[in-house]
Design a binder for this molecule. Structure first.
Ligand code: AHR
Length: 506
C-alpha cells in the first residue's frame, strides 16, 4: 500500500520504500496517447504531407521520433467530441474521392485525407496499438459493425474485402473499442440520457462481440463519481450468462472510461488538483464492484478496469477547444502531470489504461512548428514515468507536511490528502526500483530520510525550474531533466517545486 502520514512543518519528512511488497502490476497502457481530429493534432501535427519534415506517408518524422521516445503503447482515435459526427467510410479509399464535411464538435471542416488506414499505418510506424472510439452521436450500429469488420475480419465479406481493395490484405486486429465518447455531455451532438445510453451501449456491445468476441469494449463513463457512472455500470456490467458474446465466462463490458481535466490559476490548487483523479479512480472502482455485486457477477469473470482515456491539465477558458486548445504549460502544470501519474501508479490495480489528452499540439506536451517540435514542461515528467516507472507498483510510506489551503475541485479537501511530497514507487522487470517524488511546495526544499534505498549509485533525475510559472518556448526550453547521482546515504534534498525520480538496482 501507499500510505501518507501528515507531520508538522518542523519535523523531518521520511519515505520508506518496500521494493518487495508489490501492490499490483502496472499496465503499460497507462502511458497511452490520444489523437483527435481537433485543432492541429492530426493535420499539422502527426500528418503534414507538405512539410519537409514529413516522411513518404506524410507523417511528421519528428513527431514519430518523439512518440517512440515516449514509448507510447496505445493511442486513442479519432476523438473525443469529434467522433460524434464522424463517418469512418468518409476517410477510406482513394483520397480524391473522400468528401469534405462540416465538423460540428470544433466547428471546422474535416477534409478526411487522414482516416482509418492512415492511422493504422501511423500506429505501425510509431510501434503503438490503435484504440478506436465509436460514433454514438450520428453513427449507427450498422456503421460500427462495418468498421469493426473492416478493421478485424478475415472473412470473405463486404467490408473486409473493402479493406483488401484499399491495399490492406491483413486485418488490423484492433483490440480496444470505446462505446462512444462523453455521451452525457450537453456539448455532444446527440447527447444521451443515462438510461438511453445504457440501453444502447449494451445492445451495441452484444452485436460487436458477436462479430468479434476477442475485442475489449470500453463503456462511456463520466468522471467516475457521478450518477451516470453508477447507472451505466449497473446496467451494463453483467455476466454474459447467455453467451451473447460467444463466451459465458466474460462480461460484454471490459473497461469503464472516465475523463478528468484539472487546472487552477494558483500553483498549489493546480498542482494538487490531480488528487481528484486518484479519488475518482477509487470511487469508480467501488462502483464497478457494486455493479458486480448487485448483478451477481461471479469472480471468474475478469474484473472491469478503468480506462482513464482523457486526463491532463486544461482550462478551456484560456485555451478554447474551437481555437485548437494550445495550452502553454508551466512548471506548475508539469508537477500536476506528475501528481496524476503518481496516482495512476498507486492505483495500478484498477487502472487498465490511461491516455494523456492529447498527444500532439492540442493540450499536449508536444508542439509542432514548421521547424520542429517543442517539448513543453509537461513532457519531462511524462517521459521519465514512461521510461522508468513500469513493472509493478510497490508499497511506500510517506510522512510529510500537507498543503492546507484551497483546493480545486473543492471536494478534494476532506476526501483525500494533499501532501506536499506526493510519492509513488515501482519495481521494473529489470530489477530497478524507481521512486517518484513531486515536491509541490513553492517555498520549501525538503531534506528527507529515505529507507529502502540501496547505498551505492542512485541515479537522480530532476525536473524543476526557477519558478512555478516558467514555460518552455521555442529556443528557450527552461524546463528539462537535470541528471546526477547520489550515494544513497544520509538525507536527500527534494528541491522546492520540482519532480525527482530516484532509481537504483535492487
Ligand atoms: O480532449 C479534448 C476534448 O475534451 C475531447 O474531444 C472531449 O472528449 C473532451 O471534452
Amino acid at each position: 500500500m501507499a500510505t501518507f502520514t501528515r507531520i508538522a512543518d518542523d519535523q523531518t519528512p521520511s519515505i520508506i520504500v518496500h521494493p518487495e511488497h508489490e501492490i499490483a502490476k502496472i499496465n503499460d497502457n497507462i502511458y497511452g496517447g490520444f489523437t483527435e481530429h481537433m485543432g492541429r493534432c492530426i493535420y499539422g501535427g502527426i500528418y503534414d504531407p507538405t512539410s519537409p519534415l514529413a516522411d513518404e506517408n506524410g507523417f511528421r518524422k519528428d513527431v514519430i521520433e518523439a512518440m517512440k521516445d515516449l514509448n507510447v503503447p496505445v493511442v486513442r482515435y479519432p476523438g473525443g467530441n469529434f467522433v460524434a459526427t464522424y463517418h469512418w467510410l468518409d476517410g477510406v479509399g482513394p483520397r480524391e474521392k473522400r468528401p469534405k464535411r462540416p465538423e460540428l464538435a470544433w466547428l471546422g471542416i474535416e477534409p478526411n485525407t487522414f482516416g482509418t488506414d492512415e492511422f493504422m499505418k501511423w500506429c505501425e510506424v510509431v510501434g503503438t496499438e490503435p484504440y478506436l472510439c465509436l460514433n454514438f452521436g450520428t453513427g449507427t450500429l450498422d456503421e460500427a459493425l462495418a468498421w469493426l469488420e473492416y478493421c478485424n475480419s478475415t472473412q470473405d465479406t463486404y467490408y473486409a474485402n473493402l479493406r483488401r481493395q484499399n491495399g490492406h490484405e491483413e486485418p488490423y486486429n484492433v483490440k480496444y473499442w470505446a462505446l462512444g465518447n462523453e455521451c452525457w455531455g450537453p456539448w455532444q451532438v446527440a447527447q444521451l440520457t443515462k438510461e438511453d445510453y445504457a440501453k444502447k451501449a449494451y445492445q451495441w456491445a452484444k452485436a460487436l462481440k458477436l462479430l468479434d468476441p476477442s475485442i475489449t469494449l470500453i463503456l462511456c463513463g463520466e468522471t467516475g463519481y457521478s450518477s451516470w457512472d453508477y447507472y451505466v455500470l449497473k446496467e451494463c456490467v453483467k455476466w454474459d450468462v447467455h453467451g451473447l458474446s460467444g463466451d459465458t465466462t466474460k462480461s460484454l463490458i471490459d473497461m469503464h472510461s472516465i475523463h478528468i481535466y484539472t487546472a487552477d490559476a494558483d500553483h498549489l490548487p493546480n498542482a494538487t488538483a490531480p488528487r481528484a483523479a486518484e479519488r475518482a479512480i477509487q470511487m469508480t472502482t467501488a462502483l464497478i464492484d457494486l455493479a458486480r455485486i448487485e448483478n451477481g457477477v461471479p469472480e471468474t469473470v475478469p474484473r472491469q478496469t478503468i480506462c482513464f482515456d482523457e486526463w491532463n491539465v486544461w482550462d478551456p477558458t484560456r485555451a478554447p477547444g474551437e481555437q485548437g486548445a494550445e495550452e502553454k504549460y508551466t512548471l506548475s502544470d508539469a508537477l500536476a502531470v506528475a501528481v496524476f501519474l503518481n496516482g495512476f501508479i498507486r492505483q495500478a490495480k484498477d487502472v487498465g489504461m490511461a491516455n494523456i489528452a492529447q498527444s500532439v499540439n492540442v493540450i499536449s506536451p508536444l508542439m509542432t512548428s514548421k521547424e520542429g517540435v517543442l517539448k513543453q514542461t509537461t513532457w519531462w515528467p511524462l517521459l521519465l514515468f514512461s521510461k522508468y516507472m513500469r513493472g509493478a507498483s510497490v508499497a511506500v510510506n510517506v510522512k510529510s507536511p500537507e498543503y492546507e489551503g484551497r483546493t480545486n475541485p473543492k471536494w478534494v479537501r476532506g476526501t483525500i490528502e494533499t501532501p506536499l511530497l506526493d510519492v509513488c514507487a515501482a519495481r521494473g522487470v529489470d530489477g530497478w526500483v524507481g521512486l517518484a517524488v513531486t515536491n509541490v511546495s513553492e517555498e520549501r526544499d525538503f531534506e528527507v530520510r529515505i529507507e529502502g534505498v540501496k547505498e551505492g549509485e542512485v541515479k537522480v533525475y530532476v525536473v524543476g525550474g526557477e519558478s512555478v510559472g516558467v514555460v518552455n518556448t521555442e529556443g528557450e526550453e527552461k524546463v528539462g531533466i537535470v541528471e546526477r547521482t547520489w550515494d544513497g546515504k544520509g538525507l536527500f534534498t527534494f528541491g522546492k517545486h520540482s519532480f525527482t525520480l530516484l532509481r537504483w538496482k535492487a
